[in-house]
Design a protein around this ligand. Structure first.
Ligand SMILES: [Zn+2]
Length: 309
């Protein structure tokens, strides 16, 4: 009897941001409220230890963040990215939750998992926190899957509307990890051109344009992302699940809705069934309209639940 795991932690509400910042604690409350009553194995996301973070970030970076973290109030990293007293604990829950989720699907406790944590992680580069992100959670989980579970091929699919420059930075020169991203361009962070292909052709970037909707999204998934994923044949599929490509999202201009997120989840689960014994770990990234985020997460997780039985 398999199941879908949900990993989260109340500490992720304690990453505070200045007034009117879009990446706010209410996002996680809305996500968890949307998942109330669902048939999920609910577990605390543990804090990642230093070793897990140091698989993808240097010690000097971890030390600098730790030193910069304020005892009260805020410390600015850039205009978007702030440290509050609870930020690094929350970010460690994101890394630890993703890693624990990998362990759960690898040992058969769960068929698949959703990691509902904040701050997000996919913009954090090796030595640069940016774009509301501090630690590369999904990249750290992929490296853990290699080191701890001996997997030869791990894929990360990122459908957040923003390019996952951080994840790309952390895995583009790592043999055995593929990173595939569909995102709006031009848009923050400015990277994600198709010419960025990784050291081994292990990076696939597929930009969409402002105004593109369901048809364009599904076409590039069918034409580019899914065939590349099929050819790579991952033993584990990780998803950077951002829901800011929703038409109601205030930070971007794609025109997707809940049905598109359900559709892409089905397609990714099909690929995971074909190559990875159905093993999928999905990690929350962006999504800034609370209503669109809640509805989209519910649509995404409902597919994971149906496919995890
Ligand atoms: Zn985003």
């Amino acid at each position: 009897m398999m199941t879908t795991a949900l990993l989260s932690h109340a500490d992720c509400l304690d990453h505070e941001v200045p007034r009117d910042h879009p990446e706010r604690p209410g996002r996680l409350r809305a996500v968890l409220r949307a998942l109330e009553g669902r048939d999920l194995l609910r577990l605390d996301a543990p804090q990642a230890d230093d070793a897990a973070i140091l698989r993808v970030h240097p010690q000097a970076y971890l030390d600098a963040l730790t030193t910069a973290a304020p005892g009260e109030g805020f410390a600015a990293i850039d205009g978007d990215t702030w440290l509050s007293p609870g930020t690094l604990n929350a970010a460690r829950r994101g890394v630890g939750g993703a890693i624990r989720a990998v362990d759960l699907v690898m040992d058969g406790t769960a068929q698949n998992a959703f990691v509902a944590t904040r701050p997000p992680g996919h913009h954090a580069e090796r030595s640069t926190a940016m774009g509301f992100c501090y630690f590369g959670s999904v990249a750290a989980a992929a490296r853990h899957a290699q080191d701890h579970h001996g997997l030869a091929r791990v894929a990360i699919v990122d459908f957040d509307v923003h390019h996952g420059n951080g994840t790309q930075d952390l895995v583009q020169d790592v043999p055995g990890i593929a990173f595939l991203s569909v995102h709006q361009m031009p848009l923050f962070p400015g990277t994600g051109d198709p010419s960025e292909r990784g050291a081994f052709g292990n990076v696939v970037n597929v930009p969409l344009q402002a105004g593109d909707g369901s048809a364009a999204f599904r076409a590039v998934m069918e034409r580019a992302i899914l065939p590349a994923l099929d050819a790579f044949a991952p033993e584990l599929l990780l998803i950077s699940a951002g829901f800011d490509a929703h038409r109601d999202d205030p930070l971007a201009s794609l025109d997707l809705d809940e049905d598109d997120f359900a559709w892409v989840t089905e397609k990714l689960c099909d690929l995971a069934d074909a190559h990875a014994q159905g093993r999928v770990v999905s990690c929350l990234e962006g999504g800034y309209s609370l209503r669109a985020l809640a509805n989209s997460v519910a649509a995404h997780v409902d597919v994971l639940i149906a496919r995890g039985k």
